[in-house]
Ligand binder design. Structure first.
Ligand SMILES: N[C@@H](CCC(=O)NCCCC(=O)O)C(=O)O
Length: 249
């Protein structure tokens, strides 16, 4: 049997003078080495995307992280810091795509920006600058640090008792990396919290009623094969893809 196909929507960003559609290699490698699946990159075509065509070949959808922010207009707010990058082409691709995937029961895995996209797509909102919210930690990385430091352990998250993650990881809490300035403010209806940081920020959730629809604010794709927790997450994700593939001819 062929490997399950994981749809990975790209970011649209300029490389010099040329607009490009890009996905970071670590996400692609994690799908192959962590989940045992075949990634299929989909360009950020926005409204030109034929969602039926894309999902007709999908056994899963994985939404990656990105330095760009989800446009605050999508949850009814003005952009707080206009100096930070946006990616409207990605927003216009991923939000309708993930809604359709959820409606069809296609497994979904969101990471960082992907975690934020799902929340916004389903009616939630974001803190645009978590570090400016009284009582909240600064969840950002320092771009000048070496990557090993940026993606290194940053803070504890407490896993929801009886939740998917607590069962999957057989743990009450784990330490995660942290590279985000935005975060969940209002959790969308139909999402169940799976993990929270010590400052109360939601760090993971699942979509109610879905066979597998998990989103995490941290980065389990980072050097996935060297991290037991990350491998458990991607292995579970891969099993969900195989189950979906076997269920749908
Ligand atoms: N821009 C959002 C999301 C942050 C995010 O996805 N960070 C990771 C970027 C690099 C990578 O993909 O590893 C925010 O700041 O909250």
């Amino acid at each position: 049997m062929r490997r399950p196909i994981v749809i990975v929507p790209a970011c649209k960003r300029s490389k010099g003078d040329h607009p490009t559609h890009t996905v970071q290699t670590k996400y692609i490698d994690a799908v192959v080495q962590g989940a045992g699946c075949m990634p299929l990159i989909v360009p950020a075509l926005g409204g030109q995307t034929d969602i039926d065509a894309v999902l007709s070949v999908a056994d899963d959808v994985m939404l990656t992280g990105a330095t760009s922010n989800v446009d605050a207009a999508l949850y009814g707010q003005a952009v707080h810091d206009p100096s930070l990058p946006l990616d409207p082409a990605r927003d216009a691709t991923t939000l309708p795509l993930l809604r359709a995937a959820i409606e069809r029961g296609i497994p979904l895995f969101g990471i960082c920006r992907g975690f934020q996209e799902i929340n916004v797509a389903l009616g939630g909102t974001l803190h645009q600058a978590v570090q400016e919210v009284p009582g909240m930690m600064d969840h950002r990385d320092r771009p000048g640090d070496p990557l090993d430091v940026q993606y290194g352990p940053a803070h504890r998250v407490r896993l929801a008792e009886g939740g998917l993650l607590a069962g999957l990881l057989d743990a009450r809490d784990i330490t995660v990396n942290s590279l985000h300035g935005q975060g969940v403010a209002l959790l969308a209806p139909g999402l169940t919290v799976e993990a929270v940081a010590d400052d109360g920020l939601v760090e993971a959730y699942t979509v109610d009623g879905a066979a597998f629809a998990l989103a995490v604010q941290w980065h389990p794709e980072w050097r996935v094969t060297g991290d037991a927790v990350s491998m458990k997450l991607f292995h579970a994700f891969g099993l969900a893809c195989h189950s979906y593939q076997e269920r749908i001819p």
